[in-house]
Write a protein that binds this ligand. Structure first.
Ligand SMILES: Nc1ncnc2c1ncn2[C@@H]1O[C@H](COP(=O)(O)OP(=O)(O)O)[C@@H](O)[C@H]1O
Ligand SMILES: [Mg+2]
Length: 311
């Protein structure tokens, strides 16, 4: 399959401006490729370089060096064409326009050179449940509506790639579900490649089919979600007893897959497959204590990320 995004050895050094020549290396030779048609999660902690990468793709931050192609178009040689293929919903909600929603969207469409007869302003406003507000000023909208307005603004030129930078920061559950429905529909019905950045890994686990972990300005791992969870995910069985566990008993078991979480809670580290449950039950039984609670957790990306970073 072809690449929606291709990035090779990307470097971004910011001038921090505090002290002369003081620089901050935000992207440190980053490589990534994102397939057309995927719902892609770019995951990593705050400060990892996610927004910097996104803003370089969008043409709002200038890279220091490296190669970037959007749907095969090199941003150095055809910057305007590259920009027309991508729509970015920024992390920071800025609604700097002094025009009502409808007009603001029309202006943005004009900026991208969309002829009036080809504009989809009404359709976007309706899809994003903003049609009632078409004559309001963006500043007057609620936080959730502002974000939907920014999505509409990112979509006026029907880009082949939609990027959402930390889309659910400060967004309530209902709006979040609405957002995901919209995004999934765009992906399934129109084949739009979706890129989502987030430091909230549980969210990506729900939505994305492909994942890259970013840390300190570099991609440290990239794969399908399925593969990552199968290869690196672990499950835990947490057993809580009604009374304190004898630590001597636990250490005498010499089992590395087991640890005390607190005085009456044990965690068994399970393999994704081939678990010897009988052995685990024997150990639990040998504690000779009443069980208060059992909790079996499923593998998650948060856990995998920490594993990779520690390596
Ligand atoms: N305009 C800027 N000037 C100086 N440093 C910046 C600027 N923008 C981001 N940085 C720094 O670059 C690093 C990456 O930031 P960013 O791309 O925003 O990370 P993320 O989106 O993953 O949280 C951080 O250390 C951040 O402080
Ligand atoms: Mg960011």
């Amino acid at each position: 399959m072809s690449d929606a995004i291709y990035v090779n050895n990307l470097i971004k050094e910011y001038n921090t401006g505090r002290v002369a020549n003081e620089k901050k290396l935000a992207l440190n030779g980053l490589d990534i490729n994102i397939e057309v048609g995927s719902i892609f999660g770019l995951l990593g902690p705050n400060g990892a370089g996610k927004s910097t990468l996104i803003n370089i793709l969008a043409g709002t931050v200038i890279k220091t060096s490296g190669e970037v192609r959007v749907m095969g178009v090199d941003i150095d040689y055809q910057p305007k064409r590259a920009r027309s293929l991508i729509g970015v919903v920024p992390q920071e909600i800025v609604t700097d326009t002094f025009f009502p929603l409808w007009q603001a969207l029309e202006f943005t469409a004009g900026y991208f050179g969309i002829r009036p007869e080809n504009r989809i302003t009404d359709q976007l406003l309706k899809t994003l449940s903003l049609y009632d507000k078409r004559n309001s000023l963006p500043q007057r909208l609620s936080g959730g509506m502002k974000r939907r307005f920014l999505i509409a603004k990112a979509m006026v030129h029907s880009p082949r790639i939609l990027v959402l930078d930390e889309p659910t920061a400060g967004v309530d559950i209902e709006l979040r579900n609405q957002l995901w429905e919209y995004v999934k529909k765009l992906n399934q019905e129109q084949g739009v490649t979706i890129i989502i950045t987030t430091h909230y890994l549980a969210e990506a686990q729900e939505l994305c089919d492909n994942i890259a972990f970013i840390n300190d300005g570099k991609i440290i791992k990239q794969d399908s979600k399925k593969k990552l969870l199968a290869e690196l995910g672990s499950r835990y069985l947490d057993v809580e007893f009604e009374n304190a566990i004898d630590p001597v008993k636990v250490s005498s078991l010499k089992n590395t897959k087991l640890k005390l979480l607190n005085e009456n809670k044990i965690r068994f580290d399970l393999h994704t497959e081939n678990n010897d449950f009988t052995r685990i039950l024997e150990i639990i039984h040998s504690m000779d204590l009443r069980i208060k609670n059992l909790n079996l957790s499923e593998p998650d990306l948060e856990d995998i990320f920490h594993k990779i970073v520690k390596k």
